[in-house]
Design a protein. Sequence first.
Length: 121
Amino acid sequence: GFEAGFRFNPEHPTSLLYDKTPNGYKLAGVMYTAPAKVDEDDLNSRVPLSVARWHEHVNFCFPPKGRESEAWQKNPKFGMAGSISTKDACDQAGGNFVPLIFGWMVHVYPYEKNPADVWGK
């Protein structure tokens, strides 16, 4: 992730992405990142905007301490798939609101059979 703050190196993804399988985990793809402050021209020079959709995770409500598992339950209020997306609602639920997490990111799934899924599912 440190290197991605300064330049794009396709040989050094920020993260490896795995799918859970009955026997453990299987490599599914990679994630590249860029700082939140970069503009579209910089993102386009890293991975062209015509090829992939760079995105940010915004309006994130972390669950209250001791209730972290709630972010992974079915129909969660908290977490990446949570229904809470405003600071007021997060505060009322006792969570910790973060307007922006990480910065820009793009996911690549090179093993996908459908070319439309290679640059994000």
